[in-house]
Design a protein around this ligand. Structure first.
Ligand code: PXP
Length: 240
């Protein structure tokens, strides 16, 4: 079965809502690893809306599994990545106004730029993964860049409104996996996966790692609520 990369961006989103120091994504990464996470994923966005550069620098030192840095293929991000040297990098498209990463990267439409970014990063021994839709043209273009991995965008599968559409989207992902493997790529997947829809994707042949964030942080908030309130009552009575 594939390994699990836990995306901890939302922990930083809560911290940034108050511009304070809690909750600390570095602490969240430690706990995620203790619970069995195989990797930690963070997205350093151009607007720094959640994860900050300082978080990535500290995570580089504290993560004991592997650190996957998601970033846009820009000069600024490449410079940061070459300095911090995460274990691997996932290149993602980025638009300032989006709530979260919306579509996959257009590798085919920007081949020379993508080739250059992959060469810069992999030239420093940082494997690169391209976050793309499961379309043959994007998969083959990703192989042309010499990137080691692709991450298949599972958004269309996750957002399918009925079983027939979900099954069709799963087939698209399964075909994408096979096209990628035939082209010499390794395959990860992510976006919109939940406790309820993850299993069929985990069963896809050749799938190596699933990157999952929103559903895990959402569940963490709820399963932790009772304890958090109980502890505040104790704190009010000076008994924590
Ligand atoms: N993979 C990539 C490339 C992403 O951009 C995201 C969202 O930050 C994820 C995986 C995780 O998606 P979700 O938070 O929906 O699990």
């Amino acid at each position: 079965m594939p390994t699990l990369g836990v995306n901890i961006d939302h922990v930083a989103t809560i911290r940034q809502a108050r511009q304070t120091v809690e909750p600390d994504p570095v602490a969240a990464a430690v706990l995620a690893e203790l619970a069995g996470a195989d990797g930690i994923t963070v997205h350093l966005r151009e607007d720094r809306r959640h994860i900050q550069e300082r978080d990535v620098r500290i995570l580089r030192q504290t993560v004991r599994t592997h650190l996957n840095l998601e970033m846009a293929p820009t000069k600024e991000m490449v410079a940061i990545a070459l300095e911090i040297k995460p274990d691997y990098i996932t290149l993602v498209p980025e638009r300032r106004e989006e709530v979260t990463t919306e579509g996959g990267l257009d590798v085919a439409g920007n081949l020379p730029q993508m080739r250059e970014v992959v060469a810069q990063l992999q030239g420093e021994d940082i494997p690169v993964s391209m976050f793309i839709d499961a379309e043959r043209v994007q998969i083959e273009a990703s192989a042309e860049t010499q990137a080691k991995f692709i991450e298949l965008h599972t958004g269309s599968y996750a957002e399918a409104e009925d079983e027939a559409t979900r099954y069709k989207e799963l087939t698209v992902l399964a075909d994408g996996c096979q096209i990628a493997i035939a082209a010499g790529l390794r395959v990860n997947a992510g976006h919109g996966l939940t406790y309820w829809n993850v299993y069929p994707v985990a069963c896809l042949e050749g799938m190596e790692e699933l990157n999952i964030g929103h559903t895990i942080i959402s569940r963490a908030v709820l399963v932790g609520m009772e304890r958090a309130v109980r502890e505040m009552k104790l704190a009010i009575y000076g008994n924590l």
